[in-house]
Design a binder for this molecule. Structure first.
Ligand code: ADP
Ligand code: GN1
Ligand code: MG
Length: 372
């Protein structure tokens, strides 16, 4: 991904409907995909106000206009529901700050797409669970999110990344990456490659269930990691679900599973010391409880039963994606050190193994809360 130049970011700032004097500008957050900045403006006697500015990753999001159409649609829908429920739409969903021409995005002179959101104050995103209660609240919020979008017209949503959670298709791409081995890295990661290949069954399971009509497509978030939710600093509630780039028809189990692979891990996603990496059953249980509560009965018994599988499939798929990117030369996920994607892949495979060893416990927990 091309670096953002100073001129480019200045051009973007000049073309949004911001007011006040720009006081500070800094890179923000730890997302792997977009380039995010926090802007702080001084507005006369009213004090400071912040905004988020993002350059959207154009190598990944090939149809940015359609993507922003999705976000406008989804956030407008959420806004109405939040108001109906007596909530605060300024804090509980993303609010787009339009460009000067009124559009939801700005195209700079290099053809790159930018967007801006109101900054959600007094709330934080976490890269790892600090308090189990926060993880519970994030689960309620992600479950809620899915429920609030249950009546969203799914056929109006554009597919922002084709086959995003089509694990079978990703398995094929992985095999190609191994065969092509463009960076000559395959030999050094033979064990990890073997792990992926030996788990082909995990890549197939959801595609097959969908084909048999046993699991429904819903409007889902598809990227439910803990740092895509803002936790309110004072109430500690999961106040706002962010990073709506991948809201598309998908599977409830995948939204559940992606949260588990990231948030229920006892270590960071890129931890080098694998002895620190395991799937905490305490956090798994907390998340099951919160997610089912947030979904409020909207999941079918089959979907509930498949929640442990969601955790395993998402963790496996994510590891496979990291390893694919490593083999292809690190073009997709941002890396901050050598072998970063390999380290990330290894933690995911360690988690898959750990989940396999704890399968009975995971099923028992789900059956306990699923019967509530
Ligand atoms: P990426 O796709 O790169 O993960 P995100 O949309 O998740 O991009 O944004 C990256 C980070 O920026 C988030 O994890 C969060 O910390 C912060 N962020 C994004 N939007 C907002 C917002 N409206 N208010 C406050 N922080 C935000
Ligand atoms: C990316 O954008 P971010 O950092 O929230 C990725 C997810 C992966 C995740 C792994 C659009 O999420 O699918 O699960 O990294 N997002 C996209 O941490 O590919
Ligand atoms: Mg993100």
């Amino acid at each position: 991904m091309r670096r953002v130049s100073e001129l480019q970011v200045r051009e973007a700032i000049a073309n949004f409907n911001f007011t006040g004097r720009l006081k500070d500008r800094r890179p923000f957050g730890s997302g792997h995909i977009n380039d995010t900045y926090l802007l702080t403006f001084e507005i006369g006697d009213m004090g400071d106000m912040s905004a988020i500015l993002q350059r959207m990753n154009r190598e990944i999001f090939l149809k940015p206009v359609e993507l922003m159409e999705n976000i406008v649609g989804v956030t407008s829908h959420l806004r109405e529901k939040i108001i109906e429920n007596g909530g605060d739409p300024e804090r509980e969903t993303l609010n787009i700050i339009p460009a000067k021409d009124g559009k939801a995005y700005y195209i700079d002179s290099k053809g790159e797409y930018w967007r801006s959101y109101k900054f959600i104050t007094d709330a934080k995103c976490y890269d790892q669970v600090e308090k189990p209660e926060d993880f519970y609240e994030s689960a309620v919020a992600f479950g809620n999110f899915q429920r609030l979008l249950a009546d969203y017209p799914a056929d109006t949503l554009h597919e922002t990344i084709k086959g995003f959670h089509d694990t079978r298709a990703r398995f094929e791409v992985f095999k190609q990456a191994v065969a092509q081995d463009v960076c000559g890295r395959a030999a050094s990661v033979a064990r990890e490659i073997e792990f992926v290949l030996a788990h082909e069954e995990t890549a197939r399971v959801f595609g097959e269930l969908q084909e048999k009509g046993q699991v429904p497509l819903r409007v889902t978030h598809n990227d439910t990691k803990l740092n895509n939710i803002m936790i309110d600093n004072s109430t500690r509630k999961g106040i706002c679900v962010i990073d709506l780039d991948t809201v598309m028809p998908g599977l409830a189990m995948n939204d559940f599973g992606d949260s588990i692979r990231f948030g229920a891990s006892t270590a960071a996603e890129d931890e080098k010391d694998l002895s620190k990496v395991s799937c905490s059953m305490e956090l798994f249980e907390i998340y099951v409880k919160g997610f089912l509560q947030g979904c409020a009965g909207s999941l079918t018994p089959k979907e509930v039963e498949l929640l442990p599988m969601g955790a395993k499939v998402m963790t496996y798929e994510c590891g496979m994606r990291f390893l694919t990117d490593y083999l292809q030369g690190d073009h997709y996920f941002k890396i901050h050190r050598e072998d970063h994607n390999l380290d990330r892949a290894r933690t995911q495979f360690k988690l898959v193994e750990d989940m396999e060893g704890k399968w009975d416990i995971m099923e028992e927990i789900v059956s306990r809360y699923g019967n509530l």
